[in-house]
Ligand binder design. Structure first.
Ligand SMILES: CC(C)(COP(=O)(O)OP(=O)(O)OC[C@H]1O[C@@H](n2cnc3c(N)ncnc32)[C@H](O)[C@@H]1OP(=O)(O)O)[C@@H](O)C(=O)NCCC(=O)NCCS
Length: 204
């Protein structure tokens, strides 16, 4: 009874709908997800979990539903897409302390004691496929693509496609390195800037 009435009210009153959406977004970003900072055009859908408040998100980022962002020092660049159910995890329990069960080493986050995590960086324009798992300590290079369901245990170079468990390189994203540089230049990525710096140094 109440729900259909509310739905029809929101249908007829677009301004109220936009206000409620903006309010919900503000509430979620301020009180629930606790990112350190987020850029412009940030899109997130339901059920994401952000464990540490030092997570930094760039511009034009999409985070799909039920993603688990569970490492400290997580840096997500510009134009990054995390498909639904991506997990970024690892380094959260010690299992090498004689006499201490691993479960008792996993409470650091709650008690603000230091954890054992190294952090994860996801470069600009990286696309992480559905259900992929990124382990702590990994850097996903600019423009890299991770296949659905992959488990990434090591650094992924820029503009490469990795798939599988553990993830291995499938191929390069673009047919030539020049295409990757050009793409990076157009999105103002750091890959192109590094290439330009090397070029400048070599031409001296
Ligand atoms: C990684 C991906 C981009 C590769 O696409 P592609 O270049 O068209 O790859 P292909 O379909 O030609 O497959 C090439 C090979 O990789 C394998 N492969 C592709 N995706 C894979 C994956 N996710 N895991 C394991 N192997 C994979 C294929 O089996 C094939 O192997 P083969 O050559 O031995 O037969 C794509 O498969 C993928 O996983 N996309 C993510 C989709 C997604 O999560 N969308 C969510 C919406 S945001």
């Amino acid at each position: 009874m109440v729900l259909p009435a509310l739905k029809s009210l929101l249908k007829s009153n677009r301004q109220l709908l936009y206000f409620l959406r903006a309010w919900r977004r503000w509430w979620l970003l301020t009180f629930k997800y606790r990112f350190k900072s987020v850029g412009e055009n940030f899109t997130f859908t339901r059920g994401i979990r952000v464990v540490f408040p030092d997570t930094v998100v760039g511009n034009d980022v999409f985070i799909g539903h039920d993603c688990y962002l569970g490492v400290q020092n997580l840096r997500i660049g510009n134009y990054v897409q995390l498909a639904p159910q991506v997990a970024i995890t690892g380094g959260d329990h010690r299992f090498d302390i004689v006499g201490t069960p691993a479960v008792h080493t996993g409470l650091e986050a709650h008690y603000k004691i230091r954890t054992y995590q190294k952090g994860v960086t996801i470069g600009d324009d990286a696309w992480i496929g559905y259900g992929a798992i990124i382990m702590d300590g990994v850097t996903i290079g600019e423009g890299a693509i991770i296949g659905a369901g992959s488990v990434v245990t090591r650094d992924v170079p820029p503009y490469t496609i990795w798939v599988g468990v553990p993830a291995r390189q499938l191929r390069n994203r673009f047919p030539s390195i020049e295409d990757a540089w050009e793409h990076s230049r157009k999105i103002e990525g750091s890959f192109y800037q590094q290439h330009s710096a090397v070029d400048a140094a070599e031409s001296k």
